[in-house]
Design a protein around this ligand. Structure first.
Ligand code: SF4
Ligand code: SF4
Length: 130
């Protein structure tokens, strides 16, 4: 007798370890909110002042700068998974997302259609002739 098992890739945060970081791209409907305590955690991580963190990494008052493709500046573009380069010092929202709910990025084909091509582009390794 086969056991019926409820299974969802998106329902388990462990899957984040194997995900290329879909939620680390800025899209119209979602923005990353950085709090003062996040700035301070990063300042301690980099051993610089809170003000220096704001100057180097923050856009406006409370979100990270992004690259041209919308990716967070801390997203490593040399690997397929575990791509947050400041994982230990990442902001609270990054830690908590998707709040023990199914990950919307893995459940929503239209979101993936927007982000997946950017991820593939970022992982292209130039050949010697390029
Ligand atoms: S929250 Fe979703 S999109 Fe973000 S890393 Fe985890 S599985 Fe990937
Ligand atoms: S800080 Fe890390 S987890 Fe948060 S958006 Fe940037 S790369 Fe993703």
């Amino acid at each position: 007798m086969s056991e019926e098992r409820e299974y969802s890739l998106a329902g388990n945060k462990t899957f984040c370890n194997f995900c290329p970081g879909y939620c680390c791209y800025r899209i119209e409907s979602a923005s990353l909110y950085i709090m003062a305590e996040d700035i301070n955690r990063m300042a301690r991580h980099f051993n610089i002042t809170d003000g220096e963190v704001r100057k180097r990494y923050i856009e406006g008052k409370n979100t990270f700068k992004t690259r041209e493709d919308g990716s967070c500046i801390f997203l490593a573009n040399d690997r397929m998974c575990k791509r947050c380069s400041i994982h230990e010092a990442r902001p609270t929202q990054c830690r908590n997302f998707p709040y023990d709910k199914p990950c919307p990025y893995l459940e929503n084909a239209s979101l993936l259609a927007v982000i997946q091509p950017r991820i593939e582009q970022s992982l292209i390794v130039p050949t010697q002739n390029d």
